[in-house]
Write a protein that binds this ligand. Structure first.
Ligand SMILES: [Zn+2]
Length: 495
């Protein structure tokens, strides 16, 4: 039986929802085997919350899936380390730290948090502060081409000049507020306020600044992403991702700036995640209604949390609920157990005719898993098929004992592929754990001792051994043919 997948065929059927066309489209990169992708990264003036974490986890699955499909992926994700507002200036005074120290602290935390959730580093994480020159050059082009103008407080993009303004968000430039009051220097604003946006902002008192032909100041947030994405990925690239609140104004403005400057189509596919809600409402820093990722990991464990964040499709809002994390943790446990039992089976010389049936079932479910991801990254369905496979392995082992090694070899291939896509770096770190020979011997010895105590009717002492093992992260289960055990490990920040 052949477990390998016809990748070419699977990849022909990969479809994604494109915010630009508002339709599900077959994915076809600009260059045949290469995918160039840009993800808007964090503004590093605070810790990442679970809404950010969901977004980055989904793009991590996307990148890993594209690689599974055989694409050479080049992923760029920026770090916004320029953003300044009054609240931040106030915090600098309160915390008695410099802007530089604040940025360094949260940039470090950002990478720690990504790693804790098993999210792979992008190929490049460009810092905005190191690309101010590229941004200035882009603004100069826009000025030269007549898309931008200089005002007393900075340089602005004239959205009336760009014909296709609104093509991503559906916002019409007719709603434009005219004159000086129609200029927006804030980076974030809502749909009711369409106007010319800032490309360069002249620094006010106490604000950090960079030099430019228009005076000391700093670039606007939107020009940052246009300049850095085009620097690393070219004037036209395949995928641009972000959260739903990036659609307007951030991504709409990125398109305007980039396409006005180059005259070329900026991005082929725009993908956006929906919000994570708390108690039915959007998370918000100002109302203190948010959960930081590192707190959530400490409380629930990284693998459980990662699976939970993926259990709702990325284009649906996720209402954060502990009940859902409990359910996710059961799926993680079953998967962990299935993977480790299958790994142990690789070393067992056993024959069992029923095992062929188990393998056929796993192959069928693995194909369902790939179909689900092909359907606009339907992780909800994919996780269900992953769990079906875990359950079938566990059920098999419960009635038959270990899986014959030649079958286990094929099954582990499937488990590895699924595990790496869904759990990312956490798969090897917390699920696919192989004990050293010494450790294994020690555990087997403890289990034997427990068996003897039970035979002698010393149940209390036997239970104590089980309790001690559990404290070490070892779960044991008594099956008809004997006792099996596996390592249950959970996460970096967990106490
Ligand atoms: Zn961006």
């Amino acid at each position: 039986m052949d477990v390998s997948v016809d990748i070419e065929k699977v990849r022909e059927n990969f479809r994604v929802y494109n915010t630009l066309s508002k339709d599900i489209e077959r994915f076809e990169p600009i260059e045949k085997n290469k995918v160039r992708i840009y993800s808007c990264g964090l503004t590093v003036n605070d810790y990442m919350h679970i809404g950010h974490a969901r977004t980055y986890t989904v793009w991590d699955v996307l990148v890993r899936y594209l690689r599974f499909l055989g694409y050479e992926v080049f992923h760029v994700s920026n770090i916004t380390d320029i953003s300044i507002d009054e609240k931040i200036l106030k915090r600098l005074e309160e915390e008695k730290i410099s802007f530089q120290q604040l940025i360094e602290k949260y940039t470090k935390a950002y990478f720690e948090d990504r790693e804790a959730l098993g999210i792979e580093r992008a190929n490049v994480h460009p810092l905005a502060t190191q690309h101010v020159q590229e941004m200035i050059e882009l603004i100069e082009i826009l000025l030269k081409k007549g898309y931008a103008y200089i005002a007393e407080d900075g340089v602005y993009f004239s959205i009336r000049k760009f014909q296709n303004y609104g093509k991503l968000s559906g916002i019409k430039p007719e709603a434009l507020v005219a004159g000086a009051s129609g200029r927006i220097s804030k980076d974030e604003y809502d749909k009711d306020y369409v106007g010319d946006f800032a490309l360069w902002k002249i620094a006010k008192e106490k604000e950090p600044y960079w030099y430019s032909p228009w005076g000391k100041g700093r670039p606007g947030w939107h020009i940052e992403c246009s300049a850095m994405s085009m620097k690393y990925l070219g004037e036209s690239f395949d995928i641009h991702t972000g959260g739903e609140d990036n659609i307007f104004p951030h991504h709409e403005n990125e398109i305007a700036q980039s396409e006005a400057a180059t005259g070329k189509k900026f991005v082929k596919y725009w993908l956006h995640t929906k919000h994570v809600l708390l108690g039915g409402e959007k998370m918000s820093k100002s109302y203190k209604r948010l959960i930081y990722l590192r707190d959530a990991i400490a409380k629930y464990g990284a693998t459980n949390l990662r699976l939970y964040l993926l259990s709702t499709h990325y284009r649906k809002k996720l209402n954060f609920e502990e009940k859902g994390i409990e359910e996710a943790s059961l799926i993680v446990n079953r998967f962990t157990k299935a993977v480790q039992i299958t790994l142990k089976s690789l070393r067992k010389e056993i024959k069992n005719k029923n095992a062929q049936e188990l393998l056929s079932y796993c192959i069928a479910k693995f194909n369902n898993f790939l179909d689900a991801l092909n359907d606009d990254l339907n992780t909800t369905a994919a996780i269900k098929y992953l769990d079906d496979i875990s359950r079938s392995i566990i059920t098999f082992v419960e009635s038959n004992g270990f899986v014959p090694s030649e079958i286990a070899e094929n099954i582990i291939y499937i488990l590895d592929k699924m595990g790496e896509i869904i759990f990312g770096d956490l798969y090897k770190r917390e699920i696919r754990l192989e004990p050293t020979a010494e450790f294994e011997e020690f555990i087997e010895h403890m289990i034997k001792e427990r068996d003897e105590l039970r035979k002698e009717g010393k149940y209390e002492s036997a239970d104590k051994i089980r309790e001690n093992l559990r404290r070490m992260g070892i779960e044991i289960e008594d099956l008809r043919f004997g006792t099996i055990w596996y390592i249950k490990k959970n996460s970096l920040y967990r106490k």
